[in-house]
Design a protein around this ligand. Structure first.
Ligand SMILES: Nc1ncnc2c1ncn2[C@@H]1O[C@H](COP(=O)(O)OP(=O)(O)OP(=O)(O)O)[C@@H](O)[C@H]1O
Length: 344
């Protein structure tokens, strides 16, 4: 197995005087899920098109499974493209074909025999939870089901890398979660490497192990997601993505809060708790095992669907290294927002 499935080195792409990709370097290990986030126009889609060889770089290079695709002739590029599956925001399914017909199309184009195609389609329909839907038309399916077909089609040629371009942006929150969970399962079951492009931090938070933040064509943050969620983000754009979706804190707390601990201070934390898992018991463990009370300052349901997540901001009654270690382990997305006086 190639350790670094993907290496982007100093990739630059200009459109006239506009630099859409500005000296971008990224490495991606096999089996990783990387989330790329950025505002509109940041260069995410351009990067994706360059990875797929649909767009050429002006300078720099891109290596996929150690093959430099920037110098490959079109004929060999076609072979590399077969190693890459694409999932689109608007599914891009053909209504003139059945579900099975859509999924098998890449294999048909590649000349695979009929029985092989059929067997592969059946296998994939099972994988994406659509067994029994083979003969339907895309128009008979819900948005989430259409995206499941899109994912099955992307997987049909057994790719090494799956590129998802805003794959959940056209879906409601509940369906978004089910599609993200499906991608996560596929990553675990098949060891498939996935790149997700998104505008939403919740998407990254849900499944990406690593986050790449782009701004004005540049990579401004490349870090483990858990670290960024813990507050390690350096760049203002990352902060904006993190805070754009946060629960507003009471003004009284904002006025008192300081970024660093001071004498007599207690931490204010943001926790995302998955109500169906042991997450929900974190606060009672904190009280019973560590003798620390958590006063709820504000809360909201962060995501709907089968797995409900509650995002809450709490002020602890005290803290020490053991308490913070427990919280970091129990809730990797925990974020220390700042410190306030204990009697506030
Ligand atoms: N073919 C093109 N010709 C000219 N300019 C382009 C072309 N493709 C992209 N651009 C410009 O490059 C910049 C980056 O665009 P890109 O589509 O990669 O951004 P993005 O981060 O994917 O944005 P969005 O989230 O809105 O899709 C933008 O300013 C865009 O206008």
């Amino acid at each position: 197995m190639v350790k670094n499935l993907l290496r982007v080195e100093h990739a630059t792409r200009r459109f006239g005087s506009h630099t859409a990709l500005d000296d971008v370097s990224v490495q991606l290990r096999s089996g990783e899920i990387l989330g790329i986030i950025g505002r509109s126009g940041a260069g995410k889609s351009t990067l994706l098109r360059c990875l797929n060889g649909l767009e050429r770089l002006d300078s720099g290079r891109i290596l996929i499974e150690d093959r430099d695709i920037t110098t490959l002739p079109e004929r060999e590029l076609v072979q590399v493209r077969r190693r890459i599956g694409l999932v689109f925001q608007h599914f891009n399914l053909l209504n003139s074909r059945t579900v099975a017909g859509n999924i098998e199309l890449p294999l048909k184009i590649a000349g695979a025999p009929r029985d092989k195609r059929r067997a592969r389609v059946a296998e994939l329909l099972d994988l994406v939870g659509l067994a029994g839907h083979a003969d339907k038309r895309p128009s008979q399916l819900s948005g989430g089901q259409k995206q499941r077909v899109g994912i099955a089609r992307a997987l049909v040629a057994d790719p090494a890398l799956l590129l998802c371009d805003e794959a959940t942006s056209a879906l409601d929150p509940e369906t978004t979660l089910s599609i993200l969970d499906l991608l996560h399962d596929i990553n675990r079951q098949l060891g498939l490497t996935i790149i997700l492009i998104t505008h939403e931090m919740d998407v990254i938070r849900r499944i990406a192990q690593r986050i790449l933040v782009m701004d004005h064509g540049r990579v401004v943050e490349d870090a483990e997601t858990a670290q960024v969620l813990r507050g390690a983000a350096q760049h203002a754009v990352t902060q904006a993505f993190l805070h754009g979706e946060t629960t507003p804190l009471p003004d009284r707390i904002v006025a008192l809060m300081r970024p660093d601990a001071f004498a007599g201070a207690v931490p204010v934390l943001r926790l995302a708790l998955d109500i169906e898992t042991t997450d929900a018991s974190i606060l009672s463990i904190l009280a019973h095992q560590y003798g620390i009370d958590a006063t709820m300052l504000c809360a909201r349901i962060a995501e709907g669907g089968a797995r409900i997540q509650a995002e809450c901001v709490v002020r602890l009654s005290g803290h020490d290294e053991k308490v913070m270690n427990f919280l970091h382990q129990a809730s990797p997305s925990m974020e220390v927002l700042g410190y306030v006086p204990a009697d506030s």
